[in-house]
Design a protein around this ligand. Structure first.
Ligand code: PMP
Length: 359
């Protein structure tokens, strides 16, 4: 039985990447030791690190005036890093709240800067939805505008960018590399690695050069974008193994057609799941069609008393981690890049059978 892991993160990794890592684990490229045991300052690791950066630049077509930083601290580390690096005295930042993670980002930022919070979630006739970016009230003098285009917990996603002259700062933790984006439209993009990039412990930040903080800014060193940029992300010891594994994932992405091909696969996966849910009376997704996430699909059983049975029978069938987030309830299938179409098809078959037996 093939197992498919629908966890929201740490999430599934491509099997061939893990097999390659396994093959190389004890004796990396004949060096007699693991990449995990090598100095981050040695020439072997520096080569691996630089290749990973180049591959990520190629995949997202990152313009030359952006730094690619390999950081610690996860998405939440960036919730602090963003205001610490970007806030300007006397100016407030705009924070768009579209769900749980952007709300948490705003709460953290409030420790470090003035901000204006705009909540854009709506609920009508039991459908969760969002106010479109064209209708947001944005402050053109804001130091930056922070938003999260894919809300992992809520299963809400938007693709239009805010229309403002302020710098855009986006938390792409659960959507980076799932499709092409125009990096030049953003000031900062960040993402924890543990969904579409690699294992947890690594955080990627793309930072436009003009947004690097002043040299003497009072920022903790492990959150300071300038310090990271000036030291090739090696001011302190980086999460070397996660960086290496992210590099293998980037190579896998390139081999399999890059983010364009990935976008087609992701769209098909999401369509397959949503269209089954929509035509079923047994299951329901409560997100307005225009804002449904490609990556995180929450759904509910009509009879919620069957939830535990659903989760445990799914597990027995090799379909793991489908229990919904406690804030939303029901089920959630996270179908990131590494989830093959067959995983989604297997889930749909299981859901059909479960509905037939219990409906
Ligand atoms: N932002 C988003 C969109 C997330 O999904 C998560 C984690 N699921 C975070 C931030 C927080 O990330 P971390 O746990 O790496 O701090």
């Amino acid at each position: 039985m093939t197992t498919y892991n629908f966890c929201a993160g740490p999430a599934m990794l491509p099997v061939e990447v893990m097999q390659q890592a396994q093959d190389e684990f004890v004796n990396w490229h004949g060096r007699g030791c693991s990449i995990m045991e090598m100095s981050h300052r040695g020439k072997d690791f520096i080569k691996v690190a630089a290749q990973a950066e180049q591959d990520l630049r190629d995949l997202l077509q990152v313009p030359a005036n952006y730094k690619v930083l390999f950081m610690h601290g996860g998405g939440r580390g960036q919730f602090s890093a963003v205001p610490l690096n970007l806030a300007k005295p006397g100016l407030s930042a705009d924070y768009i709240v579209s769900g749980a993670w952007s709300k948490a980002a705003a709460e953290e930022a409030a420790k470090f800067t003035q901000l204006q919070v705009q909540t854009i979630t709506t609920k009508t006739d039991d459908l969760r939805s969002l106010i479109a970016p064209s209708d947001w009230q944005l402050n053109p003098n804001a130091s930056f505008v922070h938003f999260c285009p894919n809300e992992t917990v809520d299963g809400l996603e938007f693709t239009d960018l805010p229309q403002t002259s302020a710098s855009l700062v986006a938390d792409l933790s659960s959507t980076i590399l799932s499709r092409p984006i125009d990096v030049s439209r953003y000031g900062v993009i960040y993402a924890g690695a543990q969904k579409n990039i690699g294992p947890s412990g690594l955080t990627i930040a793309l930072v436009r050069d003009d947004l690097l903080p002043a040299k003497d800014a009072a920022i903790p060193c492990v959150l300071d974008y300038r310090l990271y940029a000036e030291n090739d992300s090696m001011f302190n010891t980086p999460p070397t193994y996660a960086w290496y594994l992210a590099g293998l994932v980037f190579q896998w992405l390139k081999r399999t057609g890059g983010v364009e091909a990935m976008a087609q696969r992701n769209q098909l996966k999401a369509q397959t799941l949503y269209s089954y849910i929509d035509q079923s009376d047994f299951y329901r997704n409560d997100v307005a069609t225009a804002y449904r996430s490609w990556m995180n699909v929450p759904f509910f059983l009509a009879d919620e008393r069957l939830n535990d049975q659903f989760v445990s029978e799914a597990e027995q069938n090799g379909l793991l981690a489908l229990k919904g987030h406690r804030m939303v309830g029901g089920m959630r299938a996270s179908i990131y890049n590494a989830m093959p179409l067959e995983g989604v098809q297997t889930l749909v078959s299981f859901m059909k059978e479960f509905a037939r037996v219990n409906g």
